[in-house]
Design a protein around this ligand. Sequence first.
Ligand code: NDP
Length: 246
Amino acid sequence: MSFKDEVVLVTGSTRGIGLGVAQAFAQQGAKVIIIGTNEAKAREVAAQLAAQGLAAEGFGCDVTDLSSVQETVNKILDIHKRIDILVNNAGITRDNLLLRLDENDWDQVIKVNLKGTFNVTKIAGRVMLKARKGRIINIASVIGLTGNIGQANYAASKAGIIAFSKSAAKEFAQRNITVNCVAPGYIRTDMTAKVAEAVQAKVLEHIPLSRFGEASDVAGVCLFLASPAADYITGQTIVVDGGLTI
Ligand code: NDP
């Protein structure tokens, strides 16, 4: 798959799944935009990719802040004049049992995961609508399909992303823009490193492919969804979980 000279914006790409996705696109010739709330880190990660001969720029951007998103998209357009592919990946967890779940933790998870996806889709989507071409890939989670103890906020945000993506797919289809979700299972990143070892062992017992996922497992599906091989797929959710939820 070649994405030569295509401009790919990946939110939350300073580490973890987002970084793996950005790296995979860059390795296929794309110009990738690295985004995180920590500007210095975003620049540093982009510089590391550039040192590997890959095309990358890094910007500090908080996806919860519409004006920060608009400023970042303006900077991308100044440099590249286009955004071909958007991967809405930025996401957080603030886990607790429902009755102990703090109101701020509910709000913050919905704000970053769901509102953040809306904000970037709205601003970058406008660029794609004008160009009459684009691919939007939203990183949901199997938790948005199954629910999970201690993750009511996160599950709601991810289920929201799936429903949001179906609506956006219907709205944008006429302009040759597809909108799909990837729903990862348990992927080894900083986010899952926080999970207690005993819980990790229990999860592993339920994964038929007998291993946790890697960022590259998610990246491969993103490349597929952004490629011409997926031209006729929109509004769908592809589960990448080693069989965890079957
Ligand atoms: P990490 O915690 O490793 O990385 C999260 C990334 O998001 C970082 O780059 C972080 O950068 C960025 N980020 C957080 N908040 C914001 C914000 N407000 N604006 C911009 N960027 C932000 O997470 P993962 O790589 O594990 O997860 C990535 C996505 O995949 C998330 O949406 C997550 O829900 C989803 N997912 C992960 C799974 C897993 O098992 N790991 C399973 C299913 C889904 P910074 O802190 O510098 O802002």
